[in-house]
Design a protein around this ligand. Structure first.
Ligand code: S3P
Length: 433
């Protein structure tokens, strides 16, 4: 990823209409399922971010044939020729998952059922990320893994006749749940995952979209092996985690008025709206399309007031990717306290210490704890020089914090934004008012 530094100037407010690239989580899933489906799948609005390109690159390395159209601000169209269940080919070399934890973890679930050894590696950040959370359940199902103390590069040796398991992941994680359910598609019998705290349900919805029956009994999600996935046409809604940056800016800056169109409003992803309302935003939402497997709608957001709030451990999985920008928002007025968010330490960076360092560099008052942080804003941010440390969400969160500062800021490694939101800085300039 480019390590470009970007200077962000303050603005009075943000106003305008935004359409976002396709949701990153949903794009990964549609591509992975398309690869093991029977027949062809066309995905419209596929995320243009680096992470979702990593998934396509890995699938190509496994013999999947695809055609990707040009990138537009709303995503790209990708057509994938499915190879059917168990149909991936032995790769000729190491697969590169880049910066993408979703790619390596979810693809592991599929590779667990393929009777050959695949080596998957990634960038410096991915090599620090914990993989035992997928290795342990997939080994129980019959796959074999080699790793560097539970971190990439991973070598996965699969087996076509996996054993179904009933499993309760130690940490709430949609990636872990998904890896197990994807392996379960290839097992003899029913594989079940129990979630103590609900996580995003895009895999369950995507499986249903491809014609798979998914069972849900309270906190238990099950899938029977031996089902065929049918290729189809799919639309990816805009990414609400990318929308979060504009929503935070609109909440922070008086006079702001931003409308986000064609955005995903899946109930397991809209925790951010509740938190923003508690922080003083005026938000209107309406679902405009529920025909697909993911609800799509519109969000209008305006500044109203600035208040303090607390995010509890139960709420954390629903806003995990939005915590950096919520901290950036709290640094501009109000107060935010987050606990039970130790998972942030094993994201693309240690998102607690890197967030604290960056926001402090811009003039914020932030107290760091093992499992969270408290941000206060006794005075206006001064601006300064913050380092995103290669982490896309930090690059964008620091840029949003910089908008209300008294002077300009330099965000180092701001090019990391391309991992999930290429075009972020041009949209930022288009919303200045
Ligand atoms: C994701 C799940 C979350 C999230 C990540 C995307 C997904 O990770 O932080 O950005 O698409 O399933 P965990 O599963 O590690 O919580």
């Amino acid at each position: 990823m480019p390590s470009r530094a970007v200077t962000v100037h303050p603005t009075a407010c943000v106003r305008g209409l935004v359409r976002l690239p396709g949701d990153k989580s949903i794009s990964h899933r549609y591509a992975l399922l398309a690869a093991i489906a029977s027949g062809s799948t066309t995905i419209r609005g596929y995320s243009t971010g680096g992470d979702c390109a990593s998934t396509l690159r890995c699938l190509e390395g496994l013999g999947v044939v695809m055609a990707a159209g040009p990138a537009s601000p709303h995503g790209r169209e990708v057509t994938i020729a499915g190879r059917g269940i168990g149909g991936l080919r032995v790769p000729s070399g190491t697969l590169d998952a880049g910066n993408s934890g979703s790619t390596i973890r979810m693809l592991s679930g599929i590779l667990a059922a393929h009777p050959f050894t695949t080596r998957i590696d990634g960038d410096h950040s991915l090599r620090t990320r914990p993989m035992r959370r997928v290795m342990v359940p997939l080994e129980k199902m019959g796959a074999r893994f080699e790793s560097t103390e539970g971190r990439p590069p991973l070598s996965i040796t699969g087996r076509p006749d996996l054993t179904p398991i009933d499993y309760e992941p130690e940490v709430p994680s949609a990636q872990v749940k998904s890896a197990i359910l994807l392996a379960g598609l290839h097992a003899r019998g029913t594989t079940r995952v129990t979630e103590r705290i609900e996580t995003r349900d895009h895999t369950e919805r995507a499986l249903a979209a491809f014609g798979v029956t998914v069972q849900r009994h309270g906190p238990v999600i099950g899938v029977d092996g031996g089902q065929t996935l049918i290729g189809r046409e799919l639309d990816v809604p805009g990414d609400i985690s990318s929308a979060a940056f504009w929503m935070a800016a609109a909440t922070a800056l008086p006079g702001s008025d931003v409308t986000i169109e064609q955005v995903g409003l899946n109930p397991s992803r809209i925790g951010i709206l509740d938190v923003l309302r508690r922080m003083g935003a005026r938000i209107e939402t309406d679902i405009v399309d529920e025909r697909g497997h993911e609800p799509i709608g519109r969000i209008r957001i305006r500044h109203e007031a600035f208040t303090s709030t607390v995010i509890t451990p139960e709420e954390v999985p629903g806003v995990i990717d939005e915590l950096p920008v919520l901290a950036a928002l709290a640094a501009q007025g109000g107060e935010l306290s987050v606990s039970g968010a130790q998972e942030l330490r094993v994201k693309e960076s240690d998102r607690i210490s890197a967030l604290a360092a960056g926001l402090r560099a811009l003039g914020a008052d932030i107290e760091e704890r093992q499992d969270g942080f408290t941000v206060r804003s006794p005075r206006r941010l001064t601006g300064g020089r913050a380092d995103a440390l290669g982490d896309h969400r930090l690059a964008m969160a620091f840029s949003i914090a910089a908008l209300s500062a008294t002077g300009p800021s330099i965000i180092d490694d701001a090019g990391a934004a391309d991992v999930s939101y290429p075009g972020f800085f041009s949209v930022l300039d288009s919303l200045r008012a």
